[in-house]
Design a protein around this ligand. Structure first.
Ligand code: DGJ
Length: 729
């Protein structure tokens, strides 16, 4: 049973294969949190809770004579508002009388078979073979009749627990929400916890940072209107002793693509609270009587096997329970060539066909026509919004162009940036009110473009119609969906003044509707997400696109860090990675080894390559396909940390049955006359024998893991190695 109830103790326990999570309807019906961690047999962990009369702590009115019960010192499932808990609140309601108060007490709960759903937001799903139960606990504030529904999804085998929240206005007057967290997780003792996050910037997304928890609120979040380059909606809380392979780790991954917040607070008593949800910045959402607001889902995992164990849980789960595209597992991803770094916007149909012809000899399956094919678009100052083919460039028309590419035996892909508009565009001239601009002010330009107001239904409908018209007109196999600026000037001409605090969130809801209507209606098209690289690389986006462009930075040496950081939560099969001209001193083979830690493709002018270079590429494309079953479906191991001092970066993929593995090594620094280095691999069967790169000689898994593979140091700088290990028995 995934969810058990102890009626006497009033505890509810969620069980996955290796973890337990327990809550209790406690004193005065407040919902307390008792435990999350390795599986426990205890049906009642109430003994964890100690109560004292703490100075300056408030006691709820009903406890009057009892001074030891203070919500400021109790672990909670969802922290209340103005009930004496001074830590970060899970909710801020402005009631109809103007009061800021929510005293949520557990009123009821129900256990449901299967996975709960949200009506407005993407969630992970249960496959037919998954054993999943859901729990819904209702908290009610008696005075206002505002209800909070806490949702839990328990994926037993996958060792995953999800959480989400709904707020229902059960009163008879409108209320406002100014903060709503999907998750509140309280640890009774969090003094020895570290917080790991994935900060970055354009071109350097998802670098890894680890900091010790100290006594303040550590905020990780985005207020850029998207999940952003600068932070990722994923954090880890781990023990100070935790390493790559050992120790406790909790992961929290938010299924949301807009402003988010993860707030980790170490309080006066060393209790640690983690809250996660929509960022409260400029969030003020009205709920009329009877209306419901949904907060996005948080996907939680716990591992005792360090960061690797945690990554494996997320990789396995996100590979199977996040995206329904047939390209996840039924159809192999193509090797693509993208026109961007080959030609930027300076191309026509003839040039594209030439690139495709040359790329065919490199083993490429698909040509992607990137930015520049539509409206008036010779540079990035115009054209966005006009999703009609520019026949001055594509003189033969889209149909004919696609036919020519198909005749080469290749597939065709196309680029869109649906969410944006250029001032110099027919769309803007016709509908200036569709752009996000605050009346009487000039909107901030970024790449000289303005965001469309996706909170409006007419804007959503326009995008659905115009993008679908292109997709239905020609034989399109692949779409790259880009967004190249952060949101500012948050304003909708479609909403009254008092509802402008809803625009950030309504934009994201509108975006999900547009994606539903374009992506889910084209199940045969492979979609790749992009946001000036990896600026919106989050699980909600990966619910729609099976792959996402990691970064505009194609330098293979920088990519070592980019792939390393991204891999903490996202599997290799989601990571868009190409070989380009970037990194002039890095051999083509090394670039290919790096791109094989991703979806693999090219982003260069294939007509400029020599015959010899084309041959190398052909071989690399072949190797990508050869190793696909290992890199796309196998377990991933980070063998070295590229942020730490060292002379090489190494990683490894191992098939689930441990019969095959691909070990990849890039030499980043060759010290003069330095020591011999060895790469100790992981995840093999210790007593099985493996061949290395087809050699007759075999080596034991134990030997390879404990002594390591010697790396030849008499090689040029930036050389790379791939060791294909195959079990021989
Ligand atoms: C940003 C993307 O990350 C690039 O790959 C390219 O598609 C450009 N946008 C096009 O404008």
């Amino acid at each position: 049973m995934a969810i058990t109830v102890n009626k006497q103790a009033k505890t509810i326990t969620l069980h996955t294969k290796h973890t337990s999570y327990q809550m209790k309807i406690g004193n005065l019906d407040y919902l307390l949190h008792l435990y999350y961690g390795p599986s426990i047999p205890d049906a009642d962990m109430s003994w964890q809770i100690m109560q004292y009369d703490r100075g300056f702590s408030g006691n709820p009115y009903e406890s009057r004579g009892e001074r030891t019960f203070s919500l400021d010192a109790q672990p909670q499932e969802f922290s209340t508002q103005q009930q004496g808990d001074f830590r970060a609140a899970s909710i801020q309601v402005v009631n109809s009388d103007g009061s800021y108060s929510f005293h949520g007490k557990a009123e009821s709960y129900q256990i449901l078979k299967g996975k709960y759903k949200l009506d407005t937001l993407p969630t992970v799903f249960a496959r037919d073979t998954d054993i999943v139960d859901s729990l819904e606990v209702t908290l009610v504030d008696q005075a206002s009749q505002v209800k909070v529904l806490l949702l839990y999804g328990v994926f037993e085998e996958a060792d995953i627990i999800t959480r989400a929240v709904k707020v229902v206005n059960g009163g008879d007057k409108p209320i406002h929400l100014s903060k709503i967290m999907s998750l509140c997780l309280d640890f009774l003792n969090g003094a020895d916890f570290d917080l790991v996050s994935l900060p970055g910037r354009y071109g350097q997304e998802r670098q890894v940072e680890r900091q010790a928890m100290t006594h303040h609120i550590h905020n990780i979040g985005s207020v850029r209107g998207s999940s952003s380059h600068q932070q990722n909606p994923f954090v880890i809380l781990c023990g100070r002793e935790t390493t790559e392979d050992y120790g406790r780790c909790y992961g929290f991954s938010l299924m949301y693509s807009g402003n988010f917040l993860a707030e980790a607070e170490l309080d006066q008593y060393d209790q640690l609270r983690l809250g996660m949800g929509i960022n409260p910045k400029q969030f003020f959402y009205q709920l009329k009587p009877g209306e419901t607001f949904e907060g996005p889902e948080v996907v939680m995992a716990f591992s005792m096997e360090g960061f690797t164990g945690l990554s494996h849980l997320y990789h396995d789960f996100y590979r199977t329970n996040l995206c329904r595209s047939k390209f996840v597992s039924q159809v192999e991803r193509p090797v693509l060539i993208n026109s961007w770094e080959a030609a930027f916007m300076d191309f026509d149909d003839v040039k594209l066909v030439k690139i495709a012809e040359a790329a065919k000899d490199m083993g490429v399956d698909l040509l992607v026509m990137d930015d520049g094919w539509f409206g008036k678009r010779d540079d990035d100052n115009s054209g966005l919004g006009d999703w009609v083919v520019n026949e001055n460039k594509i003189k033969c028309g889209l149909h004919k162009l696609v036919e020519q590419i198909n005749d080469l035996g290749m597939k065709f892909g196309i680029w869109f940036e649906p969410e944006m508009v250029s001032e110099d565009s027919d769309l803007y001239r016709a509908h200036p009110d569709w752009a996000m601009e605050i009346p009487g002010r000039h909107a901030v330009r970024s790449r000289n473009q303005i965001a469309l107001d996706l909170s409006r239904k007419d804007v959503q409908d326009y995008l659905i119609k115009s993008v679908n018209a292109i997709l239905d007109d020609a034989n399109i196999y692949y779409v790259k969906w880009d967004i190249n600026r952060s949101l500012t000037d948050i304003w909708s001409n479609g909403l009254p003044a008092q509802k402008q605090g809803e625009v950030y969130h309504r934009y994201i809801l509108g975006l999900y509707r547009v994606m539903d209507e374009i992506i889910l209606t084209h199940p045969d098209i492979l979609f790749e997400g992009c946001s000036g690289g990896g600026g919106r690389f989050d699980p909600a986006m990966l619910h729609y696109y099976p792959q996402y462009w990691v970064s505009d930075n194609n330098n293979p040496i920088d990519r070592l860090k980019l792939h390393y950081g991204t891999s903490f939560v996202y599997p290799t099969c989601t990571m868009g990675a190409h070989i380009s001209d970037s990194g002039r001193f890095v051999p083509l083979e090394t670039k290919a080894v790096v791109a094989m830690c991703g979806t693999f493709g090219y982003e260069l002018d294939a007509t400029h390559l020599t015959k010899e270079e084309q041959k190398i590429c052909r071989e690399q494309s072949r190797l990508f396909r050869k190793y696909y079953h290992i890199t796309f479906y196998g377990d991933f191991y980070r063998l070295t940390n590229p942020f730490a001092p060292g002379n090489m970066t190494a990683w490894q993929h191992v098939t689930k049955d441990k019969r095959e593995s691909l070990v990849s090594v890039v030499v980043t620094n060759l010290t003069c006359n330095g020591p011999q280095e060895y790469v100790k691999v992981k995840g093999l069967e210790p007593f099985a024998m493996y061949s290395v790169n087809g050699s007759q000689e075999t080596r034991s898994g134990a030997g390879l893991m404990n002594a390591g593979i010697p790396i030849n140091r008499e090689v040029p700088e930036y050389s790379a190695f791939q060791f294909h290990l195959v079990r021989k028995d």
